[in-house]
Design a protein around this ligand. Structure first.
Ligand code: NAP
Length: 281
């Protein structure tokens, strides 16, 4: 086997993934002799692919939709975030051949806000999370890590918000969409984690008028980079952070595990991804 370290993004499909652009840039920037490729893993072979990972020739991988849960089940060791989410997006083999799984979406969310809005969590009071899908779990985990006292979860399917409440406990409160107006007036952070507002999806319609103008508004949807939610919030004076940085920051821990160097999320990598998305930086 080649001694060059090789990592990959795995999923089904994987062609849309921006990860090769991100990791390819960092490999070049730091002069590391390794490679990062896209590897499509059909759903019917996914569990055995991750379970027999040592045979893949990879030192580790990212996992994208729809394999994050199956990958977590195949790991020998999961970190706290992956356990809480029941899903892993970053895997690596240790020296004894054990497969480790992490979920770095929450860390990516935090890294992005720390970089773009330093001090955003100084008064970690009440946060409102729109959505209760896989990404919402990561965001709730991250907000609780930063000691937010209350995290409200608003979702169309109330049961899914309740499931997250059950996982994370009494600091989280599940709501249906019609409660939103009542909880926005006390929020210091508002996060959209639904797919709404993404190009090709339905628009996200939120009346921001009860929200304090000091509240940070962020959207994890990053196509388009400035969503309607962010535009509306910016126009009324709220600080805003887009979701592209989360994508970049969630890649950092994997690169460090596989290639031994903590990469910097700089303007160049952001511009490369924007270019790959067909958006002029
Ligand atoms: P998911 O598990 O499929 O969850 C989708 C969420 O959107 C659910 O809460 C769903 O509500 C809600 N939703 C979808 N259509 C809706 C509609 N018409 N009306 C009301 N609610 C609707 O997806 P996910 O993995 O959490 O990802 C969510 C979004 O985050 C995607 O756009 C994804 O691209 C983005 N994302 C970004 C990053 C990043 O790095 N920036 C990372 C991960 C994900 P129900 O439960 O009621 O169906």
């Amino acid at each position: 086997m080649s001694r060059l370290k090789k990592a990959a993004v795995t999923g089904w499909p994987v062609d849309h993934s921006r990860s090769p652009v991100i990791h390819g840039y960092w490999l070049k920037k730091y002069g590391i002799e390794g490679s990062y490729v896209a590897r499509a893993v059909p759903p019917e072979t996914a569990f055995s692919f991750y379970r027999d990972f040592a045979g893949s020739g990879l030192v580790g991988c990212n996992v994208t939709v729809p394999h994050k849960e199956v990958a977590a089940r195949a790991c020998d060791i999961l970190d706290e975030a992956a356990q809480a989410m029941g899903a892993a997006n970053t895997l690596w083999l240790d020296d004894d051949g054990r497969l480790h799984g992490s979920n770095t979406d929450g860390l990516g969310f935090l890294g992005n806000l720390d970089q773009q809005a330093p001090g955003w969590d100084r008064k970690a009071g009440s946060a409102v999370v729109l959505g209760a899908g896989g990404a919402a779990r990561a965001i709730v985990w991250a907000l609780l890590e930063r000691k937010f006292t209350t995290v409200h979860i608003v979702n169309r399917t109330l049961q899914k918000a309740r499931d997250i409440q059950e996982t994370f406990g009494s600091q989280t409160i599940a709501h249906s969409w019609d409660n939103l107006g009542k909880i926005l007036d006390n929020a210091s952070v508002l996060v959209n984690t639904t797919a709404l507002g993404m190009t090709g999806k339905d628009p996200l319609r939120v009346d921001l008028s009860p929200l304090p103008v000091s509240a940070l508004v962020t959207d994890i949807v990053y196509v388009p980079v400035e969503t309607e939610l962010l535009k509306q919030a910016r126009q009324r004076g709220n600080p805003v952070v887009d979701g592209l940085g989360m994508l970049l920051h969630q890649a950092v821990p994997g690169f460090e595990k596989w290639f031994g160097r903590q990469p910097e999320v700089d303007e160049t990598v952001r511009d490369l991804v924007l270019k790959d998305m067909g958006v002029a930086p």
